[in-house]
Structures are given as C-alpha cells and as structure tokens.
Design a protein around this ligand. Structure first.
Ligand code: FES
Ligand code: FES
Length: 152
C-alpha cells in the first residue's frame, strides 16, 4: 500500500506492507531509532508514540492504523535543538538510568500533559502504568513529570 501520514509535523509517503508494524516503519524504514522495542507484544511501553496526540504502542500498531493520521515520536519533541520541557526535566531529575524506557515514558507523559497540565501523582502513575522501567527509576520519573508540569 502507499502509506501517507504526518510524522513529527512533516508529510510522509512510503510504500509498505499494510500489516507492517509502526515500530518497524519508524526504526527500519525511516531510521528513527529513538522508539525502542522491548517486549514486542504490548507489555512494556518502551515503543510508545503518539497517534493523533494519543499514546499508542507502536509494536501493536500497523501501517493501516496510521494511514492519513498524525504520528509523533520522541524525535519530534525537541525544537531547534532545544530539548522539550519533559526531556529537560527527566535529565535534571536523573529520571534516566539505562534510558531504554525513557522515550516511551516521555511520550506517555507528553500525552498526559497535553490533556492535564497539572496532574496529581496518582494521575501520573495511572498514565505511566503501562510503561515499565527495569532500573526502578519510578520516583524520579514521577518527579520529572511533576516538574515539567510546574515549569510549563
Ligand atoms: S515493545 Fe511495544 S509494548 Fe513492549
Ligand atoms: S531507565 Fe532503564 S529501563 Fe528505565
């Protein structure tokens, strides 16, 4: 199929199998390796991106799902070389250890803050419930999201 969609603000066209995973389109076809593959079966959240500003697992999303829609990845957050507020807050709160979960955590947090500019700790925990951090950095991650909300 000819896939047409908007990726990080730019219109893209690509010839792909309609069943191809968004995760593979991003990493293999477009070279956007910021989105990570952990489990590959919808359990870890490391592959989270935004589809029309809602968080989705790109390992469970196909070309068909994104045709005609808007996709935002971690690469689409920084502007003019400046980190976006959540990215800065994750760095400053040392919410990154190995960093493998970080793009997914930030994209889920981004979706939360787009709908709720002042989330409670419970709301942050609920929004990140599908994102697993194997380095146990959860308290720093919650602090980073709160900080980004306060500073935005
Ligand atoms: S790689 Fe998609 S949820 Fe784990
Ligand atoms: S920082 Fe290592 S998995 Fe979260």
């Amino acid at each position: 199929m000819k896939l047409q969609f908007t990726l990080n603000g730019k219109s893209r066209e690509l010839e792909v199998n309609p069943a191809k995973r968004l995760l593979d389109i991003l990493r293999e076809d477009l070279g956007l390796t910021g989105t990570k593959e952990g489990c590959g079966e919808g359990e870890c959240g490391s592959c989270t991106v935004l589809l029309d500003d809602k968080p989705v697992l790109s390992c469970l999303t196909t070309a068909l799902h994104i045709n005609g829609h808007k996709v935002t990845t971690i690469e689409g957050l920084a502007e003019d070389g400046e980190l976006e507020g959540l990215q800065t807050a994750f760095v400053e709160e040392t919410a990154i250890q190995c960093g493998f979960c970080t793009p997914g955590m930030i994209m889920s947090s981004k979706a939360l803050l787009m709908n709720n500019s002042n989330p409670s700790e419970e709301e942050i925990r609920a929004a990140l419930a599908g994102n697993i951090c194997r380095c146990s950095g959860y308290s720093q991650i919650i602090r980073a999201v709160k900080r980004a909300a306060e500073e935005s």
